[in-house]
Write a protein that binds this ligand. Sequence first.
Ligand code: PBG
Length: 323
Amino acid sequence: MMFPDYRPRRLRRNEAMRSLIRETSISAANLIYPLFVMPGKNVREEVPSMPGVFRMSVDKLAAEARECLDLGVNHVILFGLPEKKDPVGSGAHAKDGIIQRAIKEIKNKVPEMMVTTDVCLCEYTDHGHCGVIIEGMVDNDATLEVLAATALSHARAGADMVAPSDMMDGRVAEIRAALDENNFVNVPIMSYAVKYASSFYGPFRDAAECAPQEGDRRGYQMDPANSREAMREATLDVEEGADILMVKPAVAYLDIISRLRDEFDLPIAAYHVSGEYAMIKAAAEKGWIDGERVMAETLLSIRRAGADIILTYFAKDMARLLG
Ligand code: PBG
């Protein structure tokens, strides 16, 4: 059927008609809000390159979690800045480490809040790489043990889900085994299955103080040029027991989200990362774009590409907009 018989504009006449045929929706239930936890007491400081995002001490977390819940955001992911860093990232799996304390604080005071933890070593190593360095290289297999210990310590502290973001080969299997052996069979793994070596992580590295001291992450994170390789990464993680597959960043990789959606039947998550957030905030502050509408359109595009779940610093703003 062609014009003049078929006129697509008929179904765009008013909002009631448009909403009747709307293909994609977004709700606060789809969103995960990242939180940065830092040492000290009574600290709540804004991240300079991420306006509206705050790093806070453990004692401030319950109030933050409560605010999220009141807005309908019932899921957070935690990132920690430890008191001390060392070459092997011991702080990541310390029993009284910053994240372990943060999990307990939230689960004790706001038990309805779902808590996922980021499992990685870069915030805990003094060199800032995501694994243990042996002979100048991030050593894959030596790192696996530390990652498994970290995930297990998070589960012991009460985490509802763990999310490995290090990009070591075989970490999902190693973490699954450690969790299962210790009776945490019901703790899911949301794998950062397809994580690119991206320049969009800049503001996060300021916030989490985890930029590598030397070199970059291209030896373990994916080459932005690759799409077929993303399918191999995701396939491996499915075989190793991942429950949710994540793509990161989001907007520059919508094609990857869409491909994963078509080829896998696991839930798909996408991380709208710090640089993506900062760009919208900065342009909006200058008055060059309508920040709220660009936010909503951006998050919608990630859902349209096929993501079930979006990790985003806009979670609270979006929930507020949804009302
Ligand atoms: C690693 C990790 C990073 C992000 C999430 N987990 C940083 C990196 O890989 O360098 C980035 C998130 C963002 O930019 O918002 N622990």
